[in-house]
Write a protein that binds this ligand. Structure first.
Ligand code: ATP
Ligand code: MG
Length: 407
C-alpha cells in the first residue's frame, strides 16, 4: 500500500551554500499548502523530501474517515513550486526477503494492476551493507518474483518502461513512477511583487510565471463601479484565489478607479486616455506595493497586442514608475499564453464575458507612438492627481486569499 510520497527537487539541489535555506523554505511551503487537506509529516532525507500522512489509528470498529491520505496530497503538491517529481512510495520496516517481495508485489498491483504488458527493471540500493544479498542479487530475486505474478511483463535493463526502485535504509522504500511537479523555485516572502491583475487571460499567467521563480504575490485590481459590475470584481477575486493555490498568500486590493477614469476621460485628449490611465494605474500600484512590502510590479503586457502595448507605450508607462516592472509574457504569442492559462486552470475564469474598465473607457483611436513630453503635459489637465491617488489607495478594499481559500 502506498503510504508516502517521495519528492524530488532539481534546481534547488544545485544551489551550493544556499541549499539548506531553499530546502527549509520548500519544506515550510509544503507544510503550509498541505494544511488545507490534512495532517502530514514532512521530512528531509538525503536530497529528497518525504511526505507521510499522520495516521491517527482509528479505534477498533470505528471508520478511518478523516485520516489524511496520500491521494489528497498529490494535487496540492503539484502546485508547490520547487518540486520536480512526486513518487508514491510504500515504506515498511521489515527488510526480510519475504516482506520486501510481498510489499513490492502489493505496491505494483495497486499501481499497475490492469497493465498486461510492460517492460521493467528493478533497481536496488542498500545503505546497510551487511544485508545478506547485494543490490544486484536482490534486484534479480525481486525481478523473478515479479515475473511470477505478472507473467506478461518483460525485463529490460537498458530501456525499461518502468523502473522499480527498492531502497534499503533504516526502513525499506519501494516506488516506481514519478508524477511531474511544477518545477521552479520555492515561493519566498522575501521576494514580493505586486501583480496588476485584470480579469483577462494574460495577467494571471504573468503572476504565475513570477511565482514560479520564487516571487510571492499581492494583487491590484482597478474597479470602475458602476461601469464595471460586481461580477467582474468577483471574477478577479476568483483568479486571485486560483493563483493563491500556487503562491500561498495573496492580498488583493480592489481599487475604486471610477473618479480617476472619469477625470481622465473628461479632461485629457481622447487619443491619450489609455496611456494616461495606465500611468496612473502604475502610480497607484506602486503605492500599494510599498505598503505591502513588495519591491516590483508585474503586468500581463505583451509587445504589440494592442495600441497600449507598443514599445513606445511601454516606455511612457515605465517613465512614471520607480520600481522595476516585470512583464514575463513579453516574448510570448497569444496561443502560448492561452496554453499556460489552461494548464494552470485560470483560462475558463478569464474568458467569462464580464467587462473590464479598460474596455469601457477605451480611446477610439489611441496614439500608438505616444511622446512622453506630450503625455506629461496632458496629465497637468487633471485636478489634484496626488490626492486622487492617495484616496484610491485609502479607499481600496482588501480581499485576502490563502492557499485557495477566501478568508
Ligand atoms: P489581460 O489579459 O491581463 O487583461 P490584456 O492583453 O487585456 O491583458 P490590457 O487590457 O492592455 O491587456 O492590460 C495590460 C495589463 O495591464 C494587464 O495584463 C494587467 O496587468 C494590467 N491591467 C489592465 N487592466 C487592469 C485592471 N482593471 N486592473 C488591474 N490591472 C489591469
Ligand atoms: Mg485586459
Amino acid at each position: 500500500m502506498r503510504n508516502g510520497l517521495l519528492l524530488k527537487y532539481g534546481e534547488i539541489a544545485i544551489k551550493g551554500n544556499n541549499r539548506k535555506l531553499f530546502e527549509n523554505l520548500l519544506i515550510k511551503n509544503i507544510e503550509n499548502q498541505l494544511r488545507s487537506v490534512g495532517d502530514y509529516r514532512v521530512t528531509k532525507e538525503q536530497g529528497r523530501i518525504l511526505v507521510e500522512p499522520k495516521t491517527i489509528q482509528p479505534e477498533e470498529g470505528a471508520s478511518s474517515e478523516g485520516t489524511s491520505s496520500v491521494e489528497d496530497a498529490i494535487p496540492v503538491l503539484q502546485k508547490v513550486f520547487g518540486i520536480v517529481g512526486i513518487s508514491p512510495v510504500t515504506i515498511f520496516k521489515d527488510n526480510s526477503l519475504e516482506s520486501i517481495a510481498e510489499h513490492t508485489i502489493e505496491f505494483l498491483q495497486e499501481e499497475y494492476g490492469g497493465t498486461e504488458h510492460q517492460s521493467f527493471k528493478v533497481d536496488c540500493r542498500r545503505s546497510d551493507k551487511s544485508y545478506p544479498l547485494n543490490s544486484i542479487e536482490l534486484a534479480t530475486e525481486m525481478g523473478s518474483r515479479i515475473l511470477d505474478v505478472f507473467p506478461g511483463w518483460t525485463v529490460d535493463v537498458h530501456n525499461p518502461e518502468t523502473r522499480i526502485m527498492i531502497e534499503l535504509r533504516t526502513r525499506v522504500y519501494v516506488y516506481a513512477h514519478t508524477i511531474p511537479g511544477p518545477g521552479g523555485m520555492p515561493v519566498s516572502d522575501d521576494n514580493k511583487a505586486a501583480l496588476l491583475l485584470s480579469g483577462g487571460i494574460d495577467s494571471p499567467v504573468a503572476g504565475w510565471m513570477m511565482a514560479k521563480r520564487g516571487v510571492s504575490l499581492c494583487g491590484v485590481y482597478f474597479h470602475a463601479h458602476p461601469y464595471t459590475s460586481d461580477r467582474a470584481r468577483e471574477k478577479v477575486i476568483e483568479l486571485a484565489r486560483r493563483l493563491s493555490e500556487y503562491s500561498g498568500n495573496f492580498r488583493l486590493y480592489v481599487v475604486p478607479f471610477t473618479d480617476i477614469e472619469l477625470d481622465i476621460y473628461d479632461h485629457c485628449p481622447q487619443d491619450e486616455i489609455t496611456i494616461i490611465m495606465r500611468r496612473l494605474m502604475m502610480r497607484i500600484a506602486e503605492k500599494i506595493a510599498r505598503r505591502e512590502g513588495a519591491e516590483a510590479l508585474i503586468t500581463g503586457e505583451d509587445l504589440g497586442q494592442v495600441a497600449s502595448q507598443t514599445l513606445q507605450s511601454l516606455v511612457c508607462t515605465d517613465a512614471v514608475c520607480t520600481m522595476p516592472v516585470f512583464r514575463p509574457l513579453i516574448g510570448f504569442d497569444k496561443q502560448e499564453i492561452i496554453d499556460i492559462a489552461q494548464k494552470i486552470d485560470t483560462f475558463e475564469t478569464s474568458i467569462l464575458p464580464y467587462e473590464d474598465c479598460c474596455t469601457i473607457f477605451v480611446a477610439k483611436h489611441p496614439v500608438t507612438r505616444p511622446k512622453l513630453g506630450r503625455i506629461e503635459k496632458s496629465e497637468l489637465l487633471l485636478s489634484n492627481v496626488e490626492e486622487a491617488i492617495d484616496k484610491a489607495v485609502e479607499d481600496s478594499e482588501v480581499v485576502i486569499l490563502r492557499r485557495g481559500r477566501r478568508i
